[in-house]
Design a protein around this ligand. Structure first.
Ligand SMILES: [Zn+2]
Length: 287
């Protein structure tokens, strides 16, 4: 017994030191930080905040937004942060831990209505412009003396989104096909805004495998509409896609819905560069 006790004391002490160092680290490193929940908000906020504000995201690289749950470490980070920006619908989990704290919380989808429980508003360049203005206004409210800096960054971003919007319109106008098939339906708002029809394999909030009946319907649809391509986010793993491709001969084309973003994308891309890749993908599948 004595031996055990002697061993546990230093262990306990080192554990307590470890705990207090964790606590200090999260408090000192997140104090001035603006946290975002999902990658699209992270990327937009970073583009507008520039060098002025430290921006972080909660949903980790490689994690999927629809099933994400924050860890206790995530909660410790946000409850000591300066502010938190969330989208709504897909990341409501961020609200409860912030109740009663001084952390400012902002819903970036303000003024945008969600349709049919579909959270993917960031894949439409037109809605992205609105999100960007919302975030610009929020960052200005946090740091009013740098108003013109945020305004300038947001205007640059919006100019790029205007260009992207025009390019999407022209791709659709010059394409024969007005529908597309996608594994996970993250482009419903883009479809709505550019008068396209989105067909998908999974539901809007999950990545589950389709039923045998649904598989039959998709194969039928491909034949009926003579569909040549299926849009797939390479970060998503959906074995049914490979089966459909094998059975029907449709070719897989990469698309980036940003529901899962890997670490290389998080580091080297922005929402703009990913949307430019998406434009090329649509150009190909709508041809
Ligand atoms: Zn999604």
């Amino acid at each position: 017994m004595k031996k055990i006790k002697l061993l546990t004391i230093p262990l306990l002490i080192s554990f307590m030191v470890f705990l207090s160092s964790c606590k200090n680290e999260s408090l000192t490193t997140t104090k001035g930080t603006v946290y975002t929940t999902i990658y699209p908000l992270y990327s937009i906020t970073k583009l507008i905040a520039g060098q002025n504000i430290t921006v972080e995201k909660l949903v980790k690289d490689g994690a999927e937004i629809h099933s994400f749950e924050p860890s206790s470490r995530d909660i410790a980070k946000i409850t000591s942060a300066k502010a938190v920006i969330y989208l709504g619908l897909v990341d409501e989990w961020v609200k409860k831990p912030l109740e009663g704290t001084k952390v400012k919380i902002f819903r970036a989808s303000e003024g945008i209505g969600f349709v049919d429980n579909d959270p993917h508003i960031w894949t439409s360049p037109r809605l992205l412009k609105k999100i960007a203005r919302n975030i610009e206004n929020f960052l200005t409210s946090l740091d009013p003396k740098n108003k013109s800096y945020y305004q300038e960054n947001a205007s640059k971003l919006i100019a790029s989104l205007d260009k992207l919007d025009k390019e999407f319109s022209s791709v659709v106008k010059n394409s024969k096909r007005k529908e597309f098939l996608i594994a996970h339906p993250s482009f419903g708002y883009l479809a709505r805004d550019y008068s396209l029809k989105q067909y998908s394999i999974t539901g809007v909030n999950e990545e589950e495998e389709p039923s045998a009946q649904k598989m039959k319907e998709i194969v039928q649809l491909i034949k009926e509409k003579n569909i040549k391509y299926i849009l797939v986010d390479p970060n998503e793993n959906l074995p049914a896609v490979k089966t459909i491709a094998k059975d029907t001969g449709v070719k897989i084309v990469n698309i980036y819905g940003m529901g899962i973003v890997n670490s290389s994308q998080a580091k080297n891309e922005t929402i703009l560069s990913l949307m430019e890749k998406n434009l090329k993908a649509f150009e190909m599948v709508l041809k």
